[in-house]
Write a protein that binds this ligand. Structure first.
Ligand code: GLN
Length: 610
């Protein structure tokens, strides 16, 4: 069973195909004798999405010659090599309102009206790259194969048939030679053009080629950037205004998608940013467009409201979530005093999670949301993990906003910059450098950093010299004489930055209390990536699970800086249970309390992640 079988898209295509199969109007083109052999009943449709999924129905696997559907791709290739300005001197961008094979040139500039009609496409072929005719043909095939994501071959019979009979195109080429628009031997230029038109494709190929255009120039299957975004825009514009020849006006009015048709019965329509549709059905109307192809596009556009002006997307909200450090805490395990401070003033840290695409209008809305944050906001923590793109207009407004906020003294922290999205990543890194912002890889570390900075402003500095055991929550309920007993069991140990204090999987028989510095807790997921799940500072303890419960260490604990810990051996703790059961009871009660706090924190996190 095919992957797409049963999918609603597939079922829709099947219904459409069944309905239009019975539409028996039009004539198969016969001015190229080889084309006249096509069976009028051939009919295939394919959809391709911008991530390379293809849905097909009917004769979608049968090859036919691409003909004029090749024109936008050849033009795109020339654009990317020569640039708009140079290309405009050779071929214009005005619709003709005339047939595809009309022999008229723009009288003012002497150039063909546009590259979607034969004259313009022949002028583009005359600009092909390569030193010899063979190299130029090879270059053309290479370009088309990159669009299709597979090696495309020339149908020799169709090529020969058109070379023998294509006198009208010959006339066009000589006319352009006369007006200086082509400067290579016309026969050779025509041969390249005829081979280009004779490339064999299926609707699946065409749909995938169209998906490259829908996807901003990148082949979704191979990841190959075939055209730049600006070139894609130019190609789609010409498809919109000129792609359907003298039917272009009515087509734009009714279907409203950039498209291109060819005399072998192919039509390719693009919905930018979403998908492409390719149809093949040889019988043509009098203008030279596939009858079933036109009807299929009309219906698809109508059924799904795909007309581009219908689709003028409403602005999406890129702000997924706004919270503050009151609602959400880092994984750092904190003493009650710091917890209280954060509950009281956590609203000075604003947390904003962004999603989707930042462009002109969505950036405007995002900045309005930022400006509505409370005046007390001192730290703005931005989580970018779900941001998929940022265009130049959005970047510009964002940059202005950041400049203003920095001047107001707000600290801006970027977290989770998506490294796998090269363009977003480059834009954000540019902003960080431009405004000297802080960028922190993980959200949790960034939140902890904000909390630390806020706490540093507010709490009394921790005085290590007067650090006493009763500052440790485990022992806070012990009286003087009890503390004195515990003191005899304690061994101070120093660690340098980066040193592993506890290793996952090791036998654990020591409970640690942090006396100075901070330590981080790291775990590994199934794929072997390491995650920092928490951190602890003075007064907090770790290693209690293995030390008191027996068994092995469940995580790594690493010193973040130079650290001093107090170590308590489990055998000694056990002895304590024998000799001073009342101390043991108090310690266990504090331990249970601390577990309660940690559990509540974990629960809050789990519900925040839902
Ligand atoms: N090769 C064909 C020609 O030049 C292409 C025309 C078309 O598909 N409309 O006549």
């Amino acid at each position: 069973m095919g992957r797409t079988e049963g999918s609603p898209f597939q079922r829709y295509l099947e219904g459409l195909h069944a309905e239009l199969k019975g539409l028996n109007k039009g004539q198969v083109a016969d001015y190229i004798p080889e084309l006249a052999k096509a069976a009028p009943s051939n009919f295939g449709i394919s959809f391709a999405t911008i991530d390379g999924e293809v849905y097909s129905v009917g004769d979608s696997g049968i090859e036919f010659s691409i003909q004029s559907v090749s024109k936008p791709f050849a033009y795109g290739g020339a654009l990317s090599r020569l640039g708009t300005e140079a290309l405009l001197t050779k071929v214009g961008v005005e619709p003709t309102g005339e047939a595809f094979n009309s022999i008229v040139l723009d009288q003012v500039n002497n150039r063909p009206f546009n590259p979607m009609v034969n004259a313009g496409a022949i002028a583009v072929a005359a600009l092909a790259e390569g030193d010899t005719p063979e190299e130029r043909v090879a270059g053309m095939r290479r370009l088309f194969s990159r669009f299709a994501g597979r090696e495309l071959a020339v149908d020799e019979a169709v090529h020969r048939s058109e070379a023998e009979t294509g006198h009208r195109n010959r006339a066009i080429a000589y006319l352009m030679l006369n007006s200086g628009m082509i400067d290579r031997p016309p026969e050779e230029v025509l041969d390249l053009y005829f081979q280009q038109c004779a490339l064999r494709v299926t609707t699946e190929d065409l749909a995938l080629m169209g998906a490259v255009l829908a996807n901003g120039g990148v082949n979704p299957r191979t990841g190959d950037r075939v055209l730049g975004a600006a070139e894609v825009r130019d190609v789609l514009t010409l498809m919109m205004t000129c792609g359907m020849y003298d039917y272009a006006g009515e087509w734009s009015y009714e279907v409203g998608l950039p498209a291109k048709s060819g005399v072998s019965g192919g039509i390719l329509a693009i919905l930018p940013g979403q998908l492409s549709v390719a149809i093949w059905s040889p019988p043509l109307d009098t203008i030279g467009n596939s009858v079933r192809g036109i009807e299929a596009c009309r219906q698809i556009s109508r059924d799904f409201g795909l007309h581009l002006f219908m689709n003028a997307a409403s602005v999406e909200d890129v702000v997924r979530r706004v919270a503050s450090a009151r609602d959400q805490h880092s994984m750092r395990i904190r003493n009650p005093r710091d917890r209280d401070i954060l509950l009281e003033v956590g609203h000075r840290i604003a947390i904003v999670e962004l999603q989707g695409t930042l462009y002109f209008a969505s950036a405007e809305r995002m900045i309005r949301r930022f400006d509505a944050l409370p005046d007390e906001t001192r730290y703005l923590l931005l989580d970018f993990r779900r941001l998929t793109s940022i265009d130049p207009a959005a970047r510009r407004f964002f940059s202005d906003f950041l400049r203003r906020k920095c001047a107001e003294g707000v600290e801006i922290i970027f977290a989770e910059v998506p490294g796998h999205r090269a363009e977003v990543c480059a834009a954000l890194e540019g902003l960080v450098a431009e405004h000297d912002l802080t960028a922190i890889e993980t959200f949790d570390a960034a939140l902890e950093d904000c909390e630390e900075r806020l706490l540093a402003d507010l709490r009394q500095p921790f005085d290590f010299t007067s650090f006493s055991l009763n500052k440790i929550s485990l022992f806070s309920t012990l009286d003087h004489s009890e503390l004195a007993v515990v003191e005899t069991l304690i061994h101070p140990v120093a660690y340098s930055e980066g040193e592993t204090i506890v290793r996952r999987g090791d036998e654990g028989d020591i409970l640690f209390v942090v006396a100075r510095g901070t330590v981080s807790v790291w775990v590994e997921d199934q794929r072997g990536s390491r995650f920092r799940v928490g951190s602890m500072g003075p007064g907090q303890f770790f290693g209690e699970m293995a030390a008191l419960g027996g068994g092995r260490r469940s995580a790594d604990v690493v010193a973040d800086e130079s650290v001093v810990c107090y170590a308590l051996r489990s055998v000694e703790i056990e002895d304590l249970g024998q000799t001073h059961p009342q101390i043991m009871t108090k310690v266990l009660r504090s331990l249970a309390q601390e577990f309660g706090v940690r559990l509540r924190q974990a629960n809050a996190l789990v519900s925040a992640l839902k």
